[in-house]
Ligand binder design. Sequence first.
Ligand code: TNX
Length: 541
Amino acid sequence: MAEVRSASASGSGSTSDPAIGPTRPSAPPTADAAVIPVPAHVDARPGAPFVIGPGMRLVTDGRPEAVATAVLMASRLGRVSDRPVAVVHEQDEGPGAVVLRLGDAAEVGLPSGTDAAIAHEAYRLEVTSESVVITAVAGPGLLHAAYTLQQCAEPGEAPGTWLVAAQLVVDLPRFTWRGLCLDVARHFFDVDAIRDVVDVMASYKLNVLHLHLTDDQGWRIDVPSRPELADVSGKTAVDGDPGGFYTAQDWARLVAYAESRHITVIPEIDMPGHVNAALHAVGDLTPTGRPAREYTGIDVGFSRLHADVPGTRPFLHDVLGDVAAMTPGPWVHIGGDEVLTMEADEYRALVRMAVEELAAAGKTVVGWQEIAGALDAAGAPGTPALEEALAGAVVQYWDEREGAAEVTRAAELGARVVLSPATRVYLDMKYDDATPVGLEWAGHVEVRDSYEWEPLEVLPGVPADRVLGVEAALWTETVRTSEDLFLLLLPRLAAVAEVAWSPAERRGWEGFEARLPRQTRRWDEAGYTWYRSPQVRWSGR
Ligand code: TNX
């Protein structure tokens, strides 16, 4: 990256001075004044802006990864400029070309030795008045560049034209795991609703969608070996609200849609607690052999599997095996949280059963922080495969009131850590007293709370190279509609995305706050609700 000079993250230059009141920007902003998450390196270049308008076309060499991004980009830019945008496959870099190129890390401008997963998402975006040239190692980088370009575009004088400032951007993620956990168990959200969430995630360069598919109140995925789970507990939801579940076909569509935006889907089958929906559908999971009653309240911690009930292991084998087979990504989440009525030994035995099933299915286990204590391979009989799987698990830290020591110890044993500190990234927390939906157990979480924190300070005992990244979470006990959902997501999801993507030294509240109002045009166009936080000057800059 030596070739690229860093510009100030707080938004230099091209927009108007807030001190002299609102004026129309005379020139479009560079990416450091416009884009969330703020790019790692932005260098303003002299010269006129590039015009997105008549004559613009997307040029690829025909390689599928580039064509896929070009097609997505054509539809977005076409919407922005209100005219169809052509995708052409030729050597045509003349005026008006937006060229998508795959190259090696050096061509992107990355220092040698850049981690492969990071390089995979990096991009170089060079804008001149004549053309735009995007270079990336792989498809994800090309797509990230497309969103950067889109966020930089400002309406031009001529109708239907948009301008992008001349500049060079070289950008790469700080963390490889930038996620959102969405609870579809308390209230169900169908594939169309999830697509909207995926679109917003992609626009902020998030790359992991973790779906909390099962809980006390409902079971949301139809697995072929156990159709009764979705048949019976697909119907239930909090407060007797409508349920729903994903058929195998829905799930495949959802995963494919996310994949086309380079977002990996992680299914969560929560166990050994949060299982009332399973106990309601499958009688042989309970000690009496009788199914549990349905549960539509919002308490936690009361339901549980039993290690000594004969139906338990086959249930885990069938369900985890099916879910693993239905999901192309490398991870399956086993929950593990809030089991309040079980001895540690039994908890450990049940977590190990799940880990073993997933190791056999070739998946890496993710679990909430409570599983940390069950990951120590010492002192229990196990196979080398189980021990390896225990050591290689991913632990998701959420409850800052406890568990730091156990998670730190698990990291010492080899586990990797994803950070979801509730006081920062639990997007189901209300913003303030007046927020119409949401919970409050971790306090109010305003936009600035979601923004102003440093991931590596959350668990100081965990070495930086054990931290995979950051994941926001949105639990849906009180969230019934997409309007509710987006009111809680926006703008906080954008804040979390910047924490997870941008280099620490590039971040700052002033710069973020200045870039946020530009986002609302796209939110409004897409029809998303969002929270007009009093912490942000939405107009009048
Ligand atoms: C804690 S976070 C839970 C969820 C609740 C959430 C509500 C976690 C692993 N468990 O079951 O929905 O709080 O904020």
